[in-house]
Design a protein around this ligand. Structure first.
Ligand code: SF4
Length: 89
């Protein structure tokens, strides 16, 4: 995959705007809800785990929050520049 925000850590944590976004690969069950909601940010890899795309910077941050809220296992973790949790609270 050549469209990963960070090829070394495909599921993050990666920085985008003022946020750090991370998919906990142990929690991710490949439900793909996040991809349906935020297709510029998430994609499934060959292990059916969500990875983070370079195009995350073009995704609306509300959309990323909605994707995190939609994840059935709360595998998407977002923190702000002060390292405070944006989601899940
Ligand atoms: S919605 Fe959650 S469980 Fe489903 S692919 Fe995305 S991160 Fe993984």
């Amino acid at each position: 995959m050549d469209n990963l925000k960070d090829p070394v850590q495909p599921s993050g944590p990666v920085s985008s705007k003022n946020w750090k976004i991370h998919v906990d690969r142990d929690l991710c069950i490949g439900a793909a809800t996040c991809i349906a909601i935020a297709p510029k940010t998430f994609l499934l890899d060959s292990e059916a785990k969500a990875v983070i795309l370079t195009t995350i910077d073009q995704e609306d941050q509300n959309t990323i929050i909605d994707a995190a809220k939609g994840c059935p296992t709360a595998a998407i973790i977002i923190t702000d520049e002060r390292n405070e949790r944006v989601f899940p609270k």
